[in-house]
Ligand binder design. Structure first.
Ligand SMILES: Nc1ncnc2c1ncn2[C@@H]1O[C@H](COP(=O)(O)OP(=O)(O)O)[C@@H](O)[C@H]1O
Ligand SMILES: [Mg+2]
Length: 250
């Protein structure tokens, strides 16, 4: 479970990238965090995972505050970041062993997990190659395997389908479903409504740092007019938000 309580963040004391948001993400569900480019998704994910400190508020992961108890909170989750371009000179398997060391995963268990995950995501043959020779999608898959190497309860994924081929994208969605169905928390961001519509049980829409909607897909459908598509509803929520903030500035 992830609880986000009154969290705000500004960059350089300027415009608020995230403005006083509250969200509660239950275990056993796939939660989609939806919003246009620049809405504040990555900033929120960086605060959930302790990469950035919020200006105010708290974030609690499985009962542990990322601010007050960062070490315990960090052991609960695996993060797939939005930018998979790291450690280009390492070989894929070296990167995974390094993460296994960081999380103190015993080497036999680690080897078993790498084997299983690499086979599911069709990355086995590339594990001996240097990351700099990988395509964007292959780096993305390596990040996913690395995030899951310590078998975390909470999965946090920032735009995880970007660059994945259809087979891997399908495989990842299946893995997300299995993990949630086993009673764990899966939180992912996307700017693609279709992706959210297909796989999430609950979602929140963020726009210019504000949560415009939070609830189940069914609730969102109920809110949208009978003849309205979910896409029209999404665009309306986001444009109403921008009209309101323009009025605020006038
Ligand atoms: N490191 C940074 N410095 C200054 N502004 C930033 C930085 N990162 C993000 N922003 C700004 O914060 C806002 C939210 O960005 P971000 O959280 O990356 O959005 P999203 O992930 O939804 O596309 C945007 O206006 C963006 O320009
Ligand atoms: Mg982002």
């Amino acid at each position: 479970m992830i609880e986000i309580q009154g969290v705000s963040k500004s960059y350089h004391g300027d415009v608020k990238a995230v403005d006083n948001i509250d969200l509660s993400i239950d275990a056993g569900r796939i939660f989609g965090f939806l919003g246009p480019n620049g809405a504040g998704k990555t900033t929120t994910i960086k605060m959930i995972t302790g990469i950035l400190s919020p200006d105010s508020g708290d974030i609690v992961l499985n009962g542990k505050s990322i601010i007050k108890d960062p070490f315990a909170a960090k052991s609960c989750f695996g993060l797939v970041p939005d930018d998979p371009n790291i450690f280009p000179r390492l070989r894929g398997v070296e990167y995974l062993r390094f993460l296994g060391d960081v999380y103190k995963v015993p080497s036999d268990i680690r080897a078993e997990r790498i084997k299983k995950l690499a086979s599911r995501l069709a990355l086995t043959d590339a594990l001996g190659d240097r990351i700099q020779s990988y395509s964007h999608g292959m780096r993305q898959k390596l990040m996913i395997i690395g995030a899951l190497i310590h078998d975390p309860d909470i999965w946090i994924l920032d735009e995880p389908m970007t660059g994945l081929d259809p087979q891997s994208s399908y495989e990842l969605k299946t893995m997300m479903r299995e993990h949630a169905d086993a009673g764990n928390t899966v939180f992912f961001s996307t700017h693609v409504l279709e992706v959210a519509e297909r796989i999430c049980d609950e979602l929140a829409i963020i726009d210019r740092g504000h949560i415009r909607f939070s609830g189940t897909l069914a609730e969102m459908r109920e809110l949208s007019r009978a003849d309205d598509s979910l896409e029209a509803m999404f665009l309306r929520l986001v444009s109403e938000g921008s009209a309101a903030s323009e009025e605020g500035q006038a």
